[in-house]
Design a binder for this molecule. Sequence first.
Ligand SMILES: Nc1ncnc2c1ncn2[C@@H]1O[C@H](COP(=O)(O)OS(=O)(=O)O)[C@@H](OP(=O)(O)O)[C@H]1O
Length: 474
Amino acid sequence: MSRSFRRGTRISRFRRYICGHGLTVIMGFTMFMLFLCSGTLVHLSPALPSGHALDAADIPAYLGVQERGDASGSRYPGDNSGDRSYGSQRHNRALQFMDAGRFGRNTKGETGDFLGVVDKRSSTGGSADAGQPKLSPLISNFNAGEQNVPSINTRTFISDSKSDVVKMKTDFKANSDIEKSIRTSQNVAMNSSKYNNLNSDFPLVLRGAEPLHNASEVPVKRLPQALVIGAKKAGTRALLEYLRLHPGVVAAGPEPHFFDRNYHLGLDWYRELMPRSYSDQLTLEKTPAYFITPEVPRLLHQMNPEIKLLLVVRDPVTRAISDYVQASTKRPLDSFEHMALLDPRLGLINTSWAAIKIGIYAKHMERWLQVFPMRQIHLVDGHKLVSDPAKEMAKVEKFLGLPPFIRDEHFFLRGFKGTFPCIMRHGVPHCLDEKTKGRDHPDVDSKVLQRLRDFYRPFNAKFYQMVGHDFGWL
Ligand SMILES: Nc1ncnc2c1ncn2[C@@H]1O[C@H](COP(=O)(O)OS(=O)(=O)O)[C@@H](OP(=O)(O)O)[C@H]1O
């Protein structure tokens, strides 16, 4: 063999060696980069001490993730709360302390909730995942209404039943349906469903709770099982908003006025107004006019004789002033004193004025009690709803058969006149609309106030007797 041939052979061997190992290195590097860039990483955070409730606001810190901001400067883009229709499909009455954490944004800038429940009891029968605790269902609610709730893939599992919290970092490409396999440090995982337009970085918060509904259940619209029937200007919006904190509750945002105005449109029309819910969630709506409309109790009874009724009441004098303030924003009105009294000299009360009539609670209540037993009606103290909301809500939860969930940490006074509670929902601060709630009241002549108090006193006494509770109005 010639030297040059041997040298050539050595060179080509060297080349093959370099190429071979180089390829391995490159492939290794590529695999490493793919792993990093796949954008899918799940790790199990240390289990929380048992019984410890992690507040939604603390979750990002607990998980060590950054909260995102949006262009408008809000830390919480796309918060869909307020007086509109609610799409939130938070679920499961058994998940007492479970709460949603921070959520991502999809490419349209919408936010979403992601909830999961570890059902430690169930296994999947003959499937490959049999025996694994089931994570079910993974609920996502992306966007403003309900129309964009992605399908839920119930073939979603997690291997470690001891963990409370799973951190999931996801970076799905826009406009593509991607099936991702998410590996946990325990090497078992979730098969995520298909998400469109998702580009998010969100923690998934799991608590050892047992869903009551079937994991494969599809949420549907249902007629309300409970109603906030009134009274107008007593705190009905606050009550509904506070109730919406509870994962076992969904509520229609705008007032449907079904039983007082839109009954002719039929129950299917009414049902359509409701957000989708799971079988273990309560559907609610509020229409304060129901309380004072004579035919409503009977119509309501026809729909559901077992329906639960919530009635918020407030000192009828302050309620009347609140009503007056609201009415005066719509059209110019005389002074409150002038409207409340028929004859100022005689001190005769203008009982034909709606603002006065609504506060004669005993008269309206009488009609309701002719149709529904008191055990189906829960009285909410509108004053306490402001001064001690968590305590007042605990009574509401009990009445509705919901597990205790709403607590002091959900409320804060900051930012809204420092008087009325605002709420933290999904870690998002939310106050009622300042233009329509918590308006300043005018100073009313003390003699007129006294006259009104005297007027309401016997009606109040009768009302206390009917409902078995003294609200202590002067
Ligand atoms: N958290 C919170 N934020 C703002 N306002 C609160 C809150 N809780 C109770 N309230 C009281 O609710 C009063 C309005 O009652 P309603 O929601 O029943 O009004 S309405 O009938 O729906 O128009 C409203 O009456 P005004 O103060 O006269 O505006 C408030 O006193």
